[in-house]
Every structure is written in C-alpha cells, then in structure tokens.
Design a protein around this ligand. Structure first.
Ligand SMILES: Cc1ncc(COP(=O)(O)O)c(C=O)c1O
Length: 427
C-alpha cells in the first residue's frame, strides 16, 4: 500500500494558485474590531433589515408548505413569476422561463464565467470594479481589460467599442472571430464608483454587443436602491438580440444572508446553467426561495425599499455634508443617486493603503481604491466609502477623523518634500 503524501504542494491547488486573496476579506477582519467605524463594507445597517416581516413569511411557509419547504426541490415557480414581474419594472420583457434562480450575484458571475471562459480570454470590465468580478474572471484563467469610466455617466462605451474591434482577428479570408469573450458591467450605482450608466450608453452597449456578438453580463444588485433621480431601464431592456445576461440579487434589497438571486438569460441557456451549477450546490434552498416569494407576494418589498432607501439617502447626505465641510478643495468624490458607495479621490501621490493604517488607528475604515483596480495598480490615491452601515450619529465625526488623518499625511508629505529640496540645496 502506498503511503499518503505527508504534505500536499500548494501548486496542486489550482484555485489558490490562481486566485489572489481578496484584499477585502483581509480588511473585513480588521474592521470587525469593536469600535471601528465601518465605512469599508457594503452592508445595510442592522436596523434596516426586515426581520419581523421575514419571520412572518418564514412561519407562514413552514405552516403552509411543511416538509416541501425543507426538501431538495427544483426552482420555485411562484418565485420566478414574481421575479419576472419585478423585471418588468426594469423595462425587461421576460417570463418565468427566462429566469434561473441563483444563490446571489456572486454565483451568477461564477456560472457565467464557467459558461463563457476557457482560459486566456480578455474580459472587458470597468477600470475599477467589484473584486468578486475580478475573482470570477481570474479564477477561470482569463484577464480583465480595464475600460475607462466617466464618473458622470458610466463606462466609456466608445472605448469599449474600440476594444471589441481590436479584439477581432481575421481567421480565414472573409471571416473574423473575437479573441475576447465577455463584457461585465455594473451599470447601476456602481461598486465601487457610485456612478450609473446613462440610458443612451446602455442602448449603445446593447446595440454593439449584438452587432459584434459579444455577450454582456449586467451585474445589477443595487438597481432597487435608488433614492433620488430618474429611473433608468436595465441594459437588458435594450437587448433585442439576446446578447445580455442580467444578474439580480436579494442581498442588497432584502438581506445578504438570504444568499438568493437570479439571472435572466436567453431561454436556451437556462438548462446549461442548471448543469453548470450541479457541481456547486445543486439548487437554492427551498425554504429561502419560498420565504422570499411570500415576502414579495405579500407586497412587503415596496414599503421595505421605501424605508431602506430613505435611510440610505439620509446617511448619504450626512456623509456628503461632512465631506464638504472637511475635505472641500482637497478631495473629489462622486454623488450617487442610490446604492451604497461614494468614490473619493485625493491628490496624486497620496497612498490610501498607507492611509488606511493611520485611519484604523483612529478607528475609521474604508477600502483603498487599488483593491478594485482591474489593472491591479491604479487607484492608489482613491478610496471607497460606504454610507449605509455606520450609525447616523457617528458619520460626521468619522469623516472628521478621516479628514484629520488625510491632512496629517498631506502635511507630512509636504514637509518631506521641502526637506528633500533643502538637502539638495534647491530651496
Ligand atoms: C457589483 C456586485 N456584484 C455582485 C455582488 C455579490 O452579490 P450577492 O450577495 O448577490 O452574491 C456584490 C456584492 O457586494 C456586488 O457589489
């Protein structure tokens, strides 16, 4: 009999070999310390989770459905129908047959990566993007290609069109193929940038995705979190050629712990997703699907969103006022109409990773911008601030403490610069 190996070489683990550890995960461990004011995460405030309503729905489901709610089972049809109705409010014409239930958008991203990527492809993403998107791409041996973002109206669709054109290669006379396989965008209340893509750009994106036959993944967990401004239809609403797959999630609009979401895809892809998912977790929990369906069927979602969005709006304003008071003329930041994040940029040369250590000593946390950089380098002078989670009464003071750390760092840089000039005899 062969002896078992005493240790397994790390290189045998393909996933850990290819995946960089998420900076965010390391950071979340730090910010979990008591007393740290958390502007880093992407969580709703505890008091804005609909605990009572979910409990009612859970009780009702267990009483009515009994063992059926506790068994394995196929996707819950009433939930798919309710999701299809929700999609109509986003301008998307679909039925329950176009919907595939997932365990949240992270799973949707992984399934799309499994479907479209074999390794070696280039995937267009916003220049700063959700780390889970980068992980899904890199976990399948593909590379992100950074596309610029206008902080007023989203991804630069002209640059994207040029990228798609450049990725096309002649195969044989008269025919072309694309090396690239995918575009992944976060058009609504972008994480981390806070910006939303304009309707015009969405239309252009859907049009050239169809023209160049390149699939678009529309990752949209934040769209129901609008607290001001006009509603914008989903990119999928402009998709007349089945080029767009829409990812939606209950994480941000009800509760992240549900781990429930969906995707809307061309109908013939739905069985493919079923197979791709089998090796992950087979299916989503019957109990959770039925509880969420009950929540939607009872009409609990609209009043909950009204309350949640009003609370987030108030917190956003508190943060914006504090930023204006403390950092006007020093930093620039985005003003989101919804979602959870503000993107703040400091003068060139500032290093927000270093700044984070000083901020943590003042018990304030944020995420340094480079954590979201598609090229792995940019964003050293930027940071993402979350406004939905910190207690209202602490936001202003937290920004004041952060501003103080920023000022001290700037003063230190200035004095180091003067000393350097002095020592060279230039000043
Ligand atoms: C843009 C984006 N996509 C996907 C996810 C993952 O969402 P879910 O909880 O639905 O898996 C997040 C979570 O923060 C996100 O910000």
């Amino acid at each position: 009999m062969m002896n078992p190996p005493r240790s397994i070489s790390l290189s045998t683990y393909r996933a850990t070999h290819t995946l960089k550890r998420s900076v965010m995960r390391d950071l979340l461990a730090l910010v979990a310390r008591p007393n740290v004011l958390n502007f880093a995460g992407g969580l709703p405030a505890d008091e804005n989770l609909p605990r009572v309503e979910l409990q009612e729905c859970l009780d009702a489901v267990l009483t009515r459905d009994g063992a059926r709610a506790l068994q394995y089972g196929a996707a819950h049809m009433p939930l798919k129908e309710l999701i299809a109705q929700h999609m109509h409010t986003r301008g998307v014409e679909c039925t329950a047959d176009d919907i595939f239930i997932t365990n949240g958008n992270q799973q949707g991203l992984e399934l799309c990566a499994r479907l479209f990527l074999d390794g070696g492809e280039n995937v267009a993403v916003e220049e700063f993007t959700f780390t889970g998107i980068l992980q899904a791409i890199q976990g399948h041996g593909a590379q992100p290609s950074a596309i610029s973002v206008d902080l007023e109206d989203g991804m630069d669709v002209d640059e994207l069109a040029d990228w798609v054109a450049a990725e096309r290669v002649a195969t044989e006379p008269g025919s072309v193929a694309t090396r690239s396989r995918l575009i992944i965008t976060i058009p609504d209340f972008h994480n981390p940038l806070g910006v939303s893509m304009s309707a015009k750009k969405r239309e252009q994106l859907a049009e050239f995705a169809a023209r160049f036959e390149i699939p678009v993944i529309e990752d949209s967990p934040y769209s129901p979190l609008r607290f001001c401004g006009d509603t914008i239809p989903a990119v999928k609403a402009y998709d007349t050629n089945d080029a767009v797959i829409y990812l939606g999630s209950f994480s941000k609009m009800i509760s992240p712990a549900l781990r429930l979401g969906w995707l809307v895809a061309p109908r013939e892809l739905i069985p493919r997703f079923t197979v791709l998912r089998e090796s992950l977790d087979l299916e989503s929990s019957q109990l959770i699907q039925r509880t969420v369906a009950e929540f939607l069927a009872r009409g609990y979602l609209e009043p909950h969103l009204e309350q949640l969005n009003a609370a987030n709006f108030a917190r956003r304003d508190l943060m914006l006022h504090a930023l204006e008071r403390e950092l006007s003329g020093i930093a620039q930041w985005t003003i989101p109409d919804g979602g959870l994040f503000i993107w703040l940029t400091l003068p060139e040369g500032t290093d927000t990773e270093k700044l984070l250590h000083d901020a943590l000593s003042q018990n304030v946390a944020f995420v340094p911008g480079f954590a979201f950089a598609a090229d792995g380098r940019s964003g050293r002078n930027s940071m993402r601030l979350n406004f939905s989670n910190a207690p209202r009464e602490k936001i202003s003071d937290g920004i004041a403490r952060l501003a103080q750390v920023i000022q001290e760092t700037a003063n230190l840089r200035e004095s180091t610069r003067i000393e350097t000039l002095d020592s060279r005899g230039f000043a």
